[in-house]
Design a protein around this ligand. Structure first.
Ligand code: PEP
Length: 254
């Protein structure tokens, strides 16, 4: 019942012209496909307009990589959910580990950003995951549960399935080191268990959980066939159309 969902996070790559070219390649490759899988891309802010117009009526979804929690105000350099909505964006990443690590996104700020998504009609893709030190200390479940509780623990039950939860172990992001399918499945089962114990049963059944961390064409199939892995958030491999399309293909076949 949960459709697979593959999202490419382009990070700080691809200005408007390059982003438009990559979006066009994806559009052509995915045209007329049997839409068994939801596909999305998250370009940088300045490329969103170009990508939204290139992908209009294609079914390929467009996400922003971040937003500010306030609707407007004296926050130099920031972008609000309302602004993203005006540009035609549907989804927004929230709490990506690079934001948590380099830009001071705390659990409390992430909660406010999730609320801002709902207020402005964006669907959040909430990123959670432990660092290597936290995993080595055996704290991965504790950390992820804390992040989930802070970010979405107080939502109304019927809001939660609109949130996609991306489990991204920080030690696997951009390192070429992927969690094994079993490691990833274990954490996804923990997240689904947390949903089960925190909300009515329909929430855990319908909320999509993505895995992220060095996913590529060659390892996507084994990850995506795990019972609690409903998709992937893809960084580096999403910059290459062929690699990204191979991941979409693996999701189609899973
Ligand atoms: C990411 O940025 O969300 C990510 C998973 O990156 P990579 O695939 O490069 O590890």
């Amino acid at each position: 019942m949960r459709r697979k969902f593959i999202v490419g996070n382009w990070k700080m790559h691809k200005g408007p012209a390059d982003a438009d070219a990559l979006a066009d390649t994806l559009k052509r490759a995915l045209a007329g496909r049997d839409a068994k899988v939801d596909v999305g891309v998250a370009p940088p802010f300045v490329s969103l307009s170009a990508v939204v117009s290139r992908l209009k009526h294609t079914g390929i979804l467009v996400a922003a990589q971040n937003l500010h929690s306030e609707a407007q105000g004296a926050f130099t350099g920031e972008i609000s959910g309302e602004m993203l909505r005006q540009v035609g964006v549907a989804y927004c990443l929230v709490g990506h580990s690079e934001r948590r690590q380099f830009f001071g996104d705390t659990d409390a700020f992430v909660e406010k950003k999730v609320a801002a998504c709902f207020r402005s009609g964006l669907l959040p893709i909430l990123c959670v995951g432990e660092t290597l030190a936290e995993r080595e200390a055996g704290k991965e479940r504790e950390v992820v549960t804390r992040q989930l509780t802070a970010a979405i623990g107080k939502l109304q039950a019927d809001q939660v399935p609109s949130v996609t939860i991306a489990y991204e172990p920080v030690w696997a992001i951009g390192t070429g080191k992927t969690a094994s399918p079993l490691q990833a499945q274990e954490m996804h089962a923990t997240i689904r268990g947390w949903l089960e114990s925190s909300f009515p049963a329909f929430v855990a059944r319908s909320t999509r959980l993505q895995y992220g961390g060095s996913v590529k064409g060659s390892n996507a199939a084994e990850l995506l066939k795990m019972p609690d892995i409903d998709g992937a958030l893809v960084g580096g491999a999403a910059l290459n159309a062929e690699e990204f399309l191979a991941i979409v293909e693996a999701a189609n076949a899973a």
